[in-house]
Design a protein around this ligand. Structure first.
Ligand SMILES: NC(=O)c1ccc[n+]([C@@H]2O[C@H](COP(=O)([O-])OP(=O)(O)OC[C@H]3O[C@@H](n4cnc5c(N)ncnc54)[C@H](OP(=O)(O)O)[C@@H]3O)[C@@H](O)[C@H]2O)c1
Length: 426
């Protein structure tokens, strides 16, 4: 006999994987699945009725758990709210809805004494959320950082290994099904920003509005950046970080950012290739934990969804279990630190006139803005123009902005081709 009755919205990449895994867990009864297009050809028989009317699931009193794997902000948000209001537990893979509406959704779940499980919303198959929430529950976290988007990691890996341009590497990722036809959610860093908001909520008890997250994507990275970074002993990765600027202080402003980052070749993040994810969690008791694995894909993501369902099913028997699974997240949005206050070392690539005194002037300008240069080289003089590559020590962001603004006034400067932050441990 079924011990828990499920209804699911969505039968795409993740939903199909969930159906496949649920076949191995017969005590979890999937009663009905809602899709957008009933006429669409499906690869296999899901083994239960399919409907295009979501109400048949949300309004069914027998359905105890709504599995939401349709994605997007609306109507997914409304469906989740309706299910919670009817005191159904929700298992969701939807990072966008959680990042944009987390405070009100968890508040509603608390009011209705139900739970929201969301292991699949960050890092796909890696059990990151339950690890932070429960396994590392004794810790105060100072930072969560990592490679949280497999598509951009695949593109950057391919650019470096094959010397491809960004456009060529993106086209290949699209051809292989690793990137959407509209890649902006991935390549412009929105996807990572949503995941960081969720990780901040778990680690620091406060969601961060996605609009408050500093975000730079990978569109401007060139094969030259990757090759030069490698010469200096680095690999460029799209790294997301959520850090409490005052560890241990529940009101400390959060520095939350996603941008291309030079990572030392010896660091575990540099070794993450292809579409994998890698996350470093820093806690006061445990130190640093590293988790690596598939961040997306049908079965890895379904593994997280069905894991949530199994956890929920075993807890459903207990009285008042919901409060145990409700993360202690406040209903306030987090205050964020200004990027101008962050300290990072930088990799800079400048295109300049090959004339005497250029390096001296750059040194003077940087010195005036408290920027200490770690190394500087001149490269490739073509038709009187040269490339200068500079690595700095840690610089306050506003000082770097001011120095670059002053540099742009110099007649010898054609352009600041690249200004990329270098990884700095939490
Ligand atoms: N794909 C991954 O590897 C991955 C990894 C981690 C998290 N996620 C998250 O998982 C969720 C699902 O992703 P996915 O890749 O499986 O998406 P997908 O392949 O595009 O599938 C979406 C499914 O939702 C259905 N749907 C869309 N709008 C609907 C509506 N208004 N009413 C009813 N059904 C609707 C679609 O119906 P039709 O089939 O009729 O079009 C489709 O079956 C997203 O939140 C995503 O961010 C995905």
């Amino acid at each position: 006999m079924a011990r828990v009755v499920l209804g699911m919205i969505g039968l795409g990449t993740v939903g199909s994987g969930v159906v496949q895994l649920l076949n191995q867990h017969k005590h979890l009864q999937l009663k009905k699945i809602a899709v957008r297009d009933l006429d669409k050809e499906r690869l296999s028989n899901p083994g239960c009725p399919i409907t295009s009317d979501v109400s048949e699931i949300i309004d069914d009193p027998e359905v105890e758990v709504l599995v939401e794997v349709m994605g997007g902000e609306e109507p997914a948000l409304s469906y989740i709210k309706r299910a919670l209001a009817k005191r159904k537990h929700v298992v969701t893979a939807n990072k966008e809805v959680l990042a944009k509406h987390g405070p009100s959704l968890f508040q509603l779940a608390r009011e209705k004494s139900v739970t929201i499980f969301f292991e699949a919303s960050v890092a796909g198959g890696i059990p990151l959320i339950s690890t932070i929430q429960r396994g590392l529950g004794a810790n105060q976290f100072s930072a969560v950082t990592g490679i949280l988007n497999g598509t951009t990691n695949f593109i950057l890996s391919n650019m470096e290994e094959k010397g491809l341009s960004y456009d060529a590497a993106l086209a290949e990722a699209q051809r292989l099904g690793f990137a959407e036809s509209d890649p902006s959610a991935d390549v412009d860093g929105h996807d990572v920003a949503y995941k960081l908001s969720i990780l901040a909520a778990l680690s620091f008890q406060r969601f961060v509005k996605p609009a408050d997250i500093f975000r730079e994507g990978i569109r401007k990275i060139t094969p030259d950046d990757l090759a030069l970074a490698k010469e200096f002993g680095y690999r460029i990765k799209l790294v997301g970080t959520a850090r409490n600027t005052r560890p241990g202080d529940k009101n400390g402003a959060l520095a939350v950012r996603v941008h291309p980052t030079l990572v030392p070749l010896s660091h575990p993040l540099a070794a993450v290739s292809g579409s994998n994810n890698c996350i470093l969690v820093t806690g006061d008791a445990v130190g640093e934990i590293i988790m690596v694995g598939p961040g997306a894909g049908s079965l890895p993501t379904a593994s997280a969804v069905v894991g949530d369902i199994i956890n929920l099913e075993s807890a459903l028997k207990l009285p008042d279990f919901a409060s145990y699974f409700q993360p202690s997240i406040t209903s306030e949005w987090a205050a964020t630190a200004s990027p101008g206050d962050w300290i990072s070392p930088y990799f800079l690539r400048l295109s300049v006139a090959d004339t005497p005194g250029v390096i001296g002037t750059i040194g003077t300008i940087f010195g005036n803005h408290q920027i200490s240069i770690q190394s500087i080289i001149q490269r490739g003089v073509i038709a009187g123009r040269a490339t200068i590559v500079i690595l700095t020590h840690g610089v306050v962001g506003s000082d770097m902005d001011a120095a670059l603004a002053e540099l742009k006034q110099c007649a010898f400067l054609d352009s600041v081709v690249s200004a990329i932050r270098i990884y700095k441990p939490a």
